[in-house]
Design a protein around this ligand. Structure first.
Ligand SMILES: [Zn+2]
Ligand SMILES: [Zn+2]
Length: 323
């Protein structure tokens, strides 16, 4: 697993005003506080809300010049940038210029997810490669505080906090999921558009994994180091029509699937090894089989030829996977 950065730019924050500092002894773990957050059972969009809220408390509540932490790692395996690399912290007094703080998005005694531990290890590895030392610590070693709570404290003490967890051999592990899509029209959502002559990754907004919802759509349905078998079905119609047959036939379109490296944007083109099937009717079903390797993902794409199309439904089903 690499670091899945959520940058200050994507948060709309600009460069931190915090001054440079070495912060090179290693990482110090923090948590949210004594009440549980339960983010592992909630959509990732809630993590964005919490990170903004923490910054608001620090800036407007405490009067600090920025969020106090350098980084935050959430249960969905993303790393939010706070003050960032080698900036003075407002996190662990006595270690604010010599250590780098990392906030873990949990509260109370709730557990960390396996992919959260994997992301913490990825962050530590990344920072290690840029000159941050291998030291590890927790907030309560610097001052009298309950932070980072009993679970993280116990895991720090037995070493498991920094051991990387079990990342399932890859990224966010949704490989057992049935994936459903997309954009329920009755709820006011627009179908996904595929202009004529262009290719779009099929976006999913529902699955049996709580990480996926309308505000946090995913294109990838299998992550690194998986053997995968299943089917994908996609329904389309001509853009701006309400029917699917007769006058509204979609013309030629291509449903294809295959592997992409890394985590490209949802609109990224598939690689040349993609397999697929040309159709002229409103829906196609394609068997999907393959193996993903390190830092690869499986995706499906629709290419529209004769008309602008709308994807009105998509589904990956009877999905099975193994490492
Ligand atoms: Zn703390
Ligand atoms: Zn999250």
């Amino acid at each position: 697993m690499g670091v899945n950065w959520i940058t200050r730019g994507s948060l709309g924050w600009g460069t931190t005003p915090a001054p440079h500092a070495p912060c090179d002894r290693g990482l110090v773990a923090h948590y949210h506080g004594e009440s549980r957050l339960n983010l592992r059972n909630r959509p990732h969009t809630d993590c964005w809300r919490i990170w903004r809220q923490v910054r608001s408390w620090h800036v407007h509540g405490n009067g600090w010049l920025d969020i106090g932490y350098s980084y935050g790692v959430c249960p969905h395996a993303y790393t939010f940038v706070g003050r960032g690399f080698q900036r003075r912290q407002a996190a662990q007094p006595g270690g604010n210029t010599s250590w780098t703080s990392v906030y873990l998005f949990v509260g109370g005694s709730e557990p960390l997810t396996a992919v959260q531990l994997a992301q913490l290890a990825a962050l530590r590895s990344n920072l290690g490669g840029r000159g941050i030392g291998a030291g590890t610590s927790i907030h309560s070693r610097f001052s009298a505080t309950s932070c980072p709570g009993p679970t993280i404290t116990a895991m720090h003490n037995d070493g498991s906090l920094w051991a990387g967890g079990d990342n399932g051999g890859g990224d966010l592990d949704m490989a057992e999921a049935h994936w459903y899509s997309t954009y329920p029209l009755a709820d006011g959502y627009s179908p996904q558009q595929v202009p004529a002559g262009q290719t779009r990754a099929v976006l999913f907004d529902r699955s049996n994994n709580s990480n996926v919802d309308r505000n946090n759509r995913y294109a990838s349905y299998a992550f690194a180091n998986r053997k995968v078998t299943g089917h994908v079905t996609v329904r389309v119609r001509r853009a701006g029509t309400t029917g699917a047959f007769g006058d509204n036939e979609p013309g030629r379109w291509y449903l294809h699937y295959g592997r992409v490296d890394g985590a490209p944007a949802a609109h990224a083109e598939p690689d040349s090894a993609y397999l697929g099937h040309m159709g002229t009717t409103s829906h196609l079903t394609l068997p999907v089989t393959g193996q993903t390797f390190t830092d690869q993902r499986m995706r499906s794409y629709v290419t529209a030829y004769d008309h602008d199309l709308e994807i009105t439904a998509a589904r990956v089903y009877t999905w099975q996977a193994e490492r």
